[in-house]
Design a protein around this ligand. Structure first.
Ligand code: DLL
Length: 447
């Protein structure tokens, strides 16, 4: 099942990697249906899917005749992946695999995923698509500061860059001073990492007394975690670069599910390889275009691990109107939260990204914070430690009080409840080399 790749010189000249990114919806849907049928046959090689289809009395070779029939199919969840640990969801013999990756496994064991040679070929092409659409070209020097390992970020982006033909400094994550030395000496133009690692790099530049304008950086591709528009603005200003967002998850393929084009109108989803649904996470009914729902993804062309209706838990909005870039694919807005990281504080639903949005609007605040939720005396308490910028750090009580009030006002205007703000000195909160952890919840809530 090799999904053909449509190099098209005409498309390339207008910044589009693959002709399939520009298919009319009717053509795209025909292709999706044809690929879905093949992919479901591939899925029936997995005992888990055989059982799930049998439970619902579905014969995928007969019962799936339109894209609407997708809704007859069962969901796949992270729990199903864990129950089939380590490699129970493979549709090919292990001997057919070329690579293993896995999710970070912050809670328990990681989830392993396997790739055949064709899957790897496809994956690099999907990464090439979003890199090319954000302006990566053959002549660029890129620095990959994602970890090279089980995490899909490092190797995924690496081969995507190679596909475009650009050169790579495979710096991997961490050792920030060395990263900066590499950027200076090899004159990297493109940085690839998590947005929170970019913040760490900005701080380290300051610590080393290096003016970012001495670097040759021009663009950055960020992904792997949530971030806000205000964070984009901060990073773009601090490094004087343009930043692009890209999204993916290891269970589906890794990075390469979607990425932004030059117009920043959301992340174009590679719909010829993935069918996306946006569902109300409680009712599992589709939400309307532009309404927030949980992203559910079905792979269309994966050989080793086809996935049917994977509940990502990521909450976002989908848009189907045409983008000025010429791509016709649906776009997803920023992930605003995960249904499993929503905080319910005194009955109010809050996403950490809303807090970030509020904080970054206040002058004098560094983009480093820690959200601490606790429940003393049976009342939920939202505490936020916020780092000040060295410029505004002051021992004047009055100044600090004014700043705290400004933050508090901004927070309550966005989330509707008050938070206890603690201002902390510059460089006192933890810095991250990969995905940031900015929430602690000591309430020990059980579902
Ligand atoms: O983080 C894959 C990736 C690597 C994507 C590098 C982009 C760049 P996982 O470790 O399996 O895979 O984590 C997947 O990370 O379900 C989202 O919650 C979150 N995530 C990934 N990209 C974004 C993004 C990789 N651009 C989980 N915005 C996903 C918000 C993101 N969240």
């Amino acid at each position: 099942m090799i999904a053909e790749i449509n190099e098209c010189l005409e498309c390339r000249s207008v910044g589009i990697w693959d002709k399939n990114e520009t298919l009319e919806r009717i053509e795209l849907e025909a292709l999706q249906l044809e690929r879905l049928k093949k992919s479901l046959l591939q899925a029936t090689k997995v005992p888990f899917y055989q059982q799930e289809f049998a439970k619902l009395n579905i014969d995928v070779s007969k019962d799936i005749n339109s894209l609407a029939d997708l809704r007859k199919l069962p969901f796949t969840t992270k729990a199903n992946m864990r129950d089939n640990y380590p490699l129970g969801l493979l549709a090919v013999p292990k001997s057919e695999l070329s690579r293993f990756h896995g999710s970070s496994g912050t809670t328990g064991k990681p989830t392993f995923v396997g790739y055949t040679k064709n899957d790897l070929e496809l994956w690099s092409d999907l990464c090439a698509r979003f890199l090319y659409s954000g302006g990566l070209r053959k002549e660029h020097v890129t620095q990959v500061a994602f970890g090279y390992g089980l995490f899909t970020g490092g190797f995924g982006l690496h081969y995507g860059i190679e596909k475009v033909g650009a050169s790579i400094i495979p710096a991997s994550s961490g050792n920030t001073k060395r990263q900066i030395m590499l950027m200076q000496d090899i004159e990297a133009e493109i940085l690839i990492c998590t947005p929170s690692y970019a913040l760490t790099i900005i701080d380290t530049l300051r610590e080393m007394n290096i003016d970012p304008s001495e670097l040759n950086l021009k663009h950055a591709f960020f992904g792997g975690e949530q971030w806000t528009e205000d964070m984009r603005f901060k990073i773009e200003n601090a490094l004087n670069i343009k930043c692009w967002n890209n999204y993916g998850l290891s269970e589906i393929i890794g990075p390469g599910v979607s990425g932004e084009c030059e117009y920043h109108t959301g992340m174009h989803i590679q719909e010829d390889h993935f069918i996306v649904e946006c569902l109300n996470p409680d009712t599992l009914e589709p939400v309307g275009e532009g309404e927030t729902g949980e992203l559910v993804i079905t792979t269309l062309t994966k050989e080793a691990m086809p996935v049917v209706r994977y509940r990502t838990r990521d909450l976002c909005k989908l848009y189907y109107d045409k983008c000025k870039c010429g791509r016709t694919t649906a776009r997803m807005g920023r992930v605003i939260g995960r249904s499993d990281d929503m905080l319910i504080i005194r009955g109010v639903n809050i996403f950490p990204s809303q807090i970030e949005e509020a904080l970054l609007r206040v002058e004098g605040i560094a983009p480093h914070y820690l959200i601490e939720v606790s429940r003393p005396n049976n009342t939920d308490l939202l505490g936020i430690k916020v780092e000040m910028t060295p410029e505004l750090f002051s021992d004047q009580m009055r100044e600090m009080q004014k700043l705290k009030e400004a933050i508090s006002r901004e927070i309550s205007s966005i989330i509707g409840i008050r938070a206890n703000i603690e201002l902390v000195a510059p460089n006192t909160l933890e810095r991250f080399v990969g995905k940031a952890q900015r929430v602690t919840d000591s309430r020990n809530l059980v579902d």
